[in-house]
Design a protein around this ligand. Structure first.
Ligand code: NAD
Length: 382
């Protein structure tokens, strides 16, 4: 394989800008019985016979999430490790190479990225770029013969998701979305309590996720695809889906009046929306880029259960009408990546596939349509 040539930020930026094109704007069942599908005894036995084979992951995009969460998590994984990086910034390449002892041959930029196909050290490409770039890099990774993890939201449109899924199918590679909370014990308990109706049928859900300090590409509609709904509201959509184990049949949405018109000129600042599920169940949701909240709550016939905070990397706390939830704090990302490595090694599906990401994008698009039109938008089954 080729050793990376000189890479400069300038080449990278112009390359990226031309690749984005900037003109592309605009079911799967939700993890039911999730625990069954993740690493179980069977997985571990098969692993034994594979003699500690650890799969190599290359992180694409060395921003905050890669730096502060994924790379540290990869020092705790058992079935995969940080084998390479893809970055457009030469200083970052140097820093990461020294810190994580990455061979020069495993460092790529956005131009020579496709050469990764000749690198047997890299089994999995993990796309951790701004949302508008997910489609391109997932497809290029699949075409290079790599399995792919793509960060949320999977893409900006359902059509993009379809192209990404098709590319991975064609290359016979697994595709998963970075839905770390499926591997988090408190959120797994919400799935169990809701889907197994431990407190009876759910009559109402409340899901809220908001941040107050946001900058950079997240405020740029072409790169982010939208505002807080795409970035953190997606966790509410996910939470309602995996707690109920059902798919919404229609949505309504109301954009709140902006407090900062300039900062949020391209995207919504705060949004409330409702998702109608079968049996009259309503999920009341909200998201914001100017106010912090973090809740996932289910009200059922015989009690209630909730997480607050629900979506953080650590410190998730849960309660039910019968008392406290008592589960350990875990490294969610390490579990998520190990589960994907085991899925590949054991030739089984991932519990968080591209189809799940596509369904969320479909719901997000319907919520934006409801916000823009003021109408109730039905979600038709396909
Ligand atoms: P970030 O801004 O910190 O990092 C983005 C990286 O992309 C940077 O290294 C930047 O140099 C690079 N990049 C490449 N092309 C770019 C371009 N044209 N414009 C701007 N940056 C460009 O962002 P982040 O917080 O690391 O988020 C990256 C992705 O990860 C997003 O899709 C985000 O939704 C997702 N994310 C997921 C979680 C999670 O909990 N699963 C948490 C944070 C972020």
């Amino acid at each position: 394989m080729k050793v990376p040539k000189r890479y400069t930020r300038r080449i990278f930026i112009s390359d990226v800008a031309s690749k984005i094109g900037l003109g592309v704007l605009f079911s799967p069942a939700i993890s039911s019985c999730h625990n069954k599908k993740t690493a179980d005894k069977n997985d571990l036995q098969i692993m034994e016979t594979k003699k500690n084979k650890r799969l190599g992951i290359a992180l694409v995009g060395l921003g905050k999430y890669s730096t502060e969460q994924l790379a540290p998590a990869l020092s705790q994984t058992k079935y995969c490790y940080l084998a390479g990086v893809v970055t457009g910034t030469i200083e970052k390449a140097d820093r990461w190479q020294k810190k994580y002892d990455i061979p020069t041959t495993n460092i790529y930029n956005y131009i020579n990225f496709d050469d990764i196909k000749n690198n047997p050290d890299i089994d999995i490409v993990y796309v951790v770029l701004p949302n508008a770039l997910h489609r391109e890099y997932v497809i290029r990774a699949a075409e290079a013969g790599k399995h792919v993890i793509c960060e949320k939201p999977m893409a900006l449109t359902v059509d993009e998701c379809d192209e990404m899924i098709a590319a991975c199918k064609k290359a016979d590679r697994l595709l998963s979305i970075g839905y770390r909370l499926h591997f988090e014990p408190h959120n797994q308990e919400m799935m169990r309590l809701g889907q197994q109706k431990i407190f009876g049928g759910i009559s109402k859900m409340v899901a809220e996720n908001g941040l107050s300090e946001v900058e950079g590409w997240r405020l740029d509609k072409q790169l982010a695809g939208g505002g807080p709904l795409m970035d953190v509201g997606i966790y509410c959509v996910q939470g309602a889906r995996y707690t109920t184990g059902m798919e919404p049949i229609a949505v309504r949405a109301q954009q709140e009046v902006k407090k900062d018109d300039r900062k949020f000129r391209e995207i919504e600042e705060s949004l409330t929306w409702q998702m109608e599920f079968p049996d009259g169940l309503i999920a009341e949701c909200k998201t914001s880029y100017s106010e912090e909240f973090n809740l996932l709550r289910a009200e059922a016939n015989k009690g209630w259960f909730e997480l607050s905070p629900a979506y953080e990397y650590t410190g998730i706390k849960g309660r039910t009408s019968s008392g406290k939830m008592d589960f350990p704090q875990v490294n969610q990302q390490a579990r998520q990546m190990d589960d994907f490595a085991l899925a590949i090694l054991n030739n089984r599906p991932t519990p968080v596939p591209g189809e799940m990401g596509r369904q969320d994008v479909k719901i997000l698009q319907a919520i934006y349509q409801a916000m823009e039109t003021g109408n109730r938008i039905p979600l038709t089954e396909e």
